[in-house]
Every structure is written in structure tokens, then in C-alpha cells.
Design a protein. Structure first.
Length: 304
């Protein structure tokens, strides 16, 4: 979604893909919870405060005695400490950034005047590469190897070692595992609500539709550009209706292999190009670079 100048391209429809894909994921999540007879996690209605506690208890109202019960929908949102020697992480996790940047921008994204001036794709792109990326980084917890002191995580975006499939790997700062983290669904619930806000504000200019069982909007070439948003790699022109999990995984592994081959240099260069850095950069840094536009540190290709 970026131009060569690194500026966002708000007209290519990628923002619609971003919003649609995550709405599709929410429907899948709700189906899993429904089959388990449980209630799915609720999205945030407002960004958690800077000093929010990790565990919250609410006073019970159905007892004569004064008791307190655990409140799961309000717990788990304390901001983890920033990564070591990382000024960007420190800034995004600071109370000042929350109050001075994130909170005001969250209000703008709910402003009828602002939303009425946005196409769906523009809204999606702006959300993804501002407050969405900041929320991911803000609530990411960087773990360290006790023996080496190095951050724990995938070596690159193409590291798909089966060890990372363990459910305990819930790194919110990595594309591979972020959806396992409970906060993922809270923040993306907030993002999804902005679609609803946009639809209400522009109700007289758009037509609602259902696309692959997802409540969506009809493409009109103006407010909505994409008739069939992308959400999974497939040979069926973007339509993905497979319920074979193993087949889905094989398709994604094939796609990752193709991407890696495209990015791989014919020989280790002395100064890797930006595209090649994806092969040599830890996944957590590549994730941040993709969402925030933060330049990656210099890396040196391995010898041999």
C-alpha cells in the first residue's frame, strides 16, 4: 500500500482488504466460540488508560455481601515494559504518546466529518498504518533468552519452524502469532467498529452487501473499490471457501516459499537492499517496519 516515496497509497484498495480480512477472522472466531458454548472476546470501546491494572475485579451486584468478581473483559491490558535499548518501543508505550497522539487520533477516526470524507479503502489504510500498528507495538511483550539475553522470536518473516506453532507463542508483535494474543481481538474489535461508524455516516452513499458470508458493501468504484476483497491466497480469484486446515497451511507455505525466492539475492550482497532485509531481519523488527514505516537496522548478510 506504499508508493516508492514511502507515502501511503490510499487509492489501491489495500485498505479494504485489511478491514475485510479481519472482519472475516472475527466471524471465524465467533463460530469457534459458539461451538464451544462460550462468549467471544469483546472489542475495546475505548483505548485502555496508561495506568490500567493487569487484573480487574468488579463489585458483585447479586449478593447481599460485598464481594468482587474477576472481570475478564477489563483485564490483561497493562502495557508491558518496552524492549531493551529501543527508543521507538519506549515512545509508543509511553503515557504521553497515548494521551498526546493515540487518544486524539482515536477520536478523529470516530468523527462523522472525517469519516464522511473517506472512502472505505482510505479509512482502512490510515487505520492500519497509524493507530492499529501503534496498538500492536504498545501491547507487545518482548521476551528474552535467559542464557544469551537475546530477544526470543522468529529469525525472519520466513521462519516457519513448527516450534512456533505452540499456542504459548502469542507474540502480538509478529504476523505469525499475533492473533493468538487475547489483546489482538480487543484492538481489532475497536478497528471493526470504525467500519460500522463509517457505514452509518455514509449510509446514503453506499449499498450494503454480503461477500462470502461477510456483511460488507457493494463495490461502486468510488466509496468502495473492491468487489471481492482479498483475505487468503488461492487460485480461485480471491474466493476462498476451503475448510481443510491442512490444505490451507500448505497453500500458505507455498506462498511463503515463492515470496522468499523472489526476495532472495543471487549472492550475498555487501549492503542488502530493503527487500532483501526481510530475509535477514528478526520477524519482530520486520513487523514493526511494515506497520510503522520505521527503518530497519543495518544487517549484514551471512558469509558463505
Amino acid at each position: 500500500p506504499f508508493r516508492e516515496t514511502r507515502a501511503l497509497d490510499l487509492e489501491n484498495g489495500a485498505g479494504e482488504d485489511f478491514l475485510y480480512m479481519h472482519r472475516k477472522m472475527f466471524l471465524m472466531l465467533k463460530d469457534v466460540y459458539a461451538k464451544a458454548g462460550a462468549s467471544p472476546p469483546a472489542g475495546w470501546t475505548a483505548l485502555p488508560g496508561a495506568a490500567v491494572p493487569q487484573t480487574v475485579y468488579n463489585e458483585a451486584t447479586d449478593s447481599g455481601a460485598k464481594t468482587f468478581v474477576f472481570a475478564p473483559d477489563s483485564s490483561g491490558f497493562m502495557v508491558p515494559p518496552p524492549a531493551r535499548d529501543d527508543d521507538v518501543d519506549r515512545m509508543l508505550k509511553s503515557p504521553t504518546f497515548l494521551s498526546g497522539v493515540m487518544r486524539p487520533l482515536s477520536g478523529i477516526f470516530q468523527s462523522p466529518r472525517f469519516l464522511s470524507a473517506m472512502t472505505l479503502g482510505e479509512l482502512g489504510n490510515l487505520l492500519e498504518f497509524t493507530i492499529h500498528g501503534w496498538m500492536h507495538v504498545r501491547w507487545t511483550h518482548t521476551l528474552y533468552d535467559l542464557a544469551t539475553g537475546d530477544p526470543i522470536g522468529r529469525e525472519s518473516l520466513f521462519d516457519i519452524d513448527p516450534k512456533w506453532d505452540d499456542p504459548s507463542n502469542d507474540d502480538l508483535g509478529d504476523f505469525y502469532s499475533s492473533h493468538i494474543h487475547p489483546t489482538f481481538w480487543r484492538l481489532h474489535g475497536w478497528i471493526d467498529d470504525r467500519i460500522n461508524d463509517w457505514a452509518r455516516v455514509n449510509a446514503d452513499r453506499i449499498t450494503t452487501d454480503t461477500v462470502d458470508d461477510v456483511p460488507w458493501f457493494a463495490a461502486d468504484g468510488t466509496m468502495v473499490q473492491v468487489g471481492q476483497p482479498f483475505y487468503w491466497p488461492t487460485a480461485h480469484h480471491g474466493h476462498h471457501d476451503s475448510h481443510d486446515d491442512e490444505a490451507d497451511i500448505r497453500v500458505m507455505e507455498e506462498v511463503m516459499g515463492i515470496m522468499k525466492n523472489v526476495l532472495a539475492p543471487p549472492a550475498p550482497p555487501a549492503a542488502p537492499a530493503d527487500a532483501t532485509r526481510a530475509l535477514l531481519t528478526p520477524a519482530r523488527l520486520a513487523f514493526r517496519d511494515a506497520l510503522l514505516g520505521v527503518s530497519l537496522p543495518e544487517v549484514v548478510a551471512p558469509a558463505g
